[in-house]
Design a protein around this ligand. Structure first.
Ligand code: GLY
Ligand code: MN
Ligand code: MN
Length: 369
């Protein structure tokens, strides 16, 4: 992925002669390793990517994923794969590939301390510099391959969101619903879930990051489902809120207010607009409603190789939106002891404004009990 590596080096200050991205053990894998090395499967625990300013990237793989690594290298002429057999060989390969002088960039934000000590031992005296900001910057603006995968991931999330009303039955538990959602995502082509699925019934919906329990669905409950798929390592993140059984007039109005808040935010999405302005457009709608102050989190975040991909949208962020950013727009209203409503979509910032990556219907949906 020559262009991606060059993008990182372009953003890197102070300059470096090489960049090392290293994985520890799952879940401490650095998604940026997979940003520079586009391989569809495998954990690549303990593996290294040593990228050079001209875009060449040396991947040190263990034998566990050798075949996948070699296949990926065949598709990308900038990749050279090494499969050192013993620890000494591994260390000498790294030493040979690193520049003899000059600083080397590391991903301080993701590298474990143990991983750092390992590098220090292999190449003592190297001047290490933090490449975190440059990596974040490069990953923020998606290329066409990334956009296509994010669109596929969003499509999978949207297909499952459309199927949720058919899954809602009296007595189903939050855990069972979450399991069904994850199963359906994989049936639609996901390689897995992009984060732990949230299925929250009734008062549980008032906690934005609720973890499903064994609460059973009863007629009259509101439901919040927040979930996402991985498609070729790229994430989606979608939330839909439903009502089960007889209409609840208050929650219906809450839902309509959240929809309005989302529309107000989307109406200001455009390259150059500060992130906080988009957040504040949604917050204004909620603060002008009877539920003032009940929107308790930021409006969204960038999404990519990770579901929370490095950029946040809240009332403090001055950073402007840019063409090629992919972000979530997810206002909510939370009523402790009663329930919650959140509507979340993923969008791509375009020249004209934005394009949806998730497409499931957003309106209030009452599912008969
Ligand atoms: N799924 C977590 C979030 O929406 O940010
Ligand atoms: Mn979400
Ligand atoms: Mn989100």
């Amino acid at each position: 992925m020559k262009a991606r590596v060059q993008k990182i080096f372009h953003a890197l200050t102070p300059k470096a002669e090489a960049l090392v991205l290293s994985n520890a053990t799952d879940p401490h894998l650095d998604a940026s390793f997979f940003y520079v090395f586009d391989v569809p499967g495998g954990l690549f625990e303990g593996s290294f990517a040593i990228a050079l300013p001209d875009g060449t990237t040396h991947v040190l793989s263990t034998p566990l994923e050798e075949e996948s690594a070699r296949q990926a290298a065949k598709r990308d002429p900038a990749i050279e794969v090494h499969v050192p057999q013993r620890r000494e060989e591994w260390e000498s390969t790294v030493r040979d590939l690193l520049p003899k002088s000059g600083p080397v960039g590391l991903h301080f934000r993701e590298l474990t301390h143990e991983g750092f000590l390992r590098l220090e031992k292999i190449a003592p005296g190297t001047a290490w510099v933090d490449a975190s900001a440059a990596i974040r910057r490069a990953r923020m603006i998606k290329d066409s391959i990334e956009i296509e995968r994010l669109e596929r991931a969003g499509g999978i999330g949207s297909s499952v969101a459309r199927e949720i009303p058919g899954m809602l039955k009296t007595g189903i538990t939050e855990l069972e619903l979450a399991a069904e959602i994850e199963y359906r995502m994989m049936k639609h082509g996901a390689s897995g879930r992009s984060f732990s699925t949230i299925a929250a019934f009734g008062s549980h919906g008032a906690e934005p990051h609720f973890a499903p329990e064994d609460r059973k669905l009863e007629p009259g409950a509101s439901i919040v489902c927040d979930f996402g798929a991985y498609y070729r390592r790229y994430a989606s993140d979608i939330t839909r809120s439903f009502h089960f059984g007889t209409e609840d007039a208050e929650l219906k109005r809450v839902h309509e207010t959240v929809e309005k808040a989302q529309s107000a935010a989307l109406a200001v999405v455009r390259a150059g607009v500060p992130a906080k302005q988009v957040h504040l457009a949604a917050q204004q709608v909620i603060d002008d409603s009877p539920w003032k102050g009940r929107f308790t989190h930021g409006l969204g975040h960038s999404i990519g190789l990770a579901v929370h991909d490095g950029f946040s949208m809240n009332h403090l962020i001055d950073e402007p939106l840019e063409i090629g950013m992919t972000i979530t727009v997810e206002p909510g209203i939370y009523l402790p002891g009663r329930g919650g409503v959140r509507i979340e979509d993923d969008i791509l910032v375009t020249e004209k404004g934005y394009r949806f990556l998730t497409t499931a219907p957003r309106g209030y949906l009452e599912v008969p009990a």
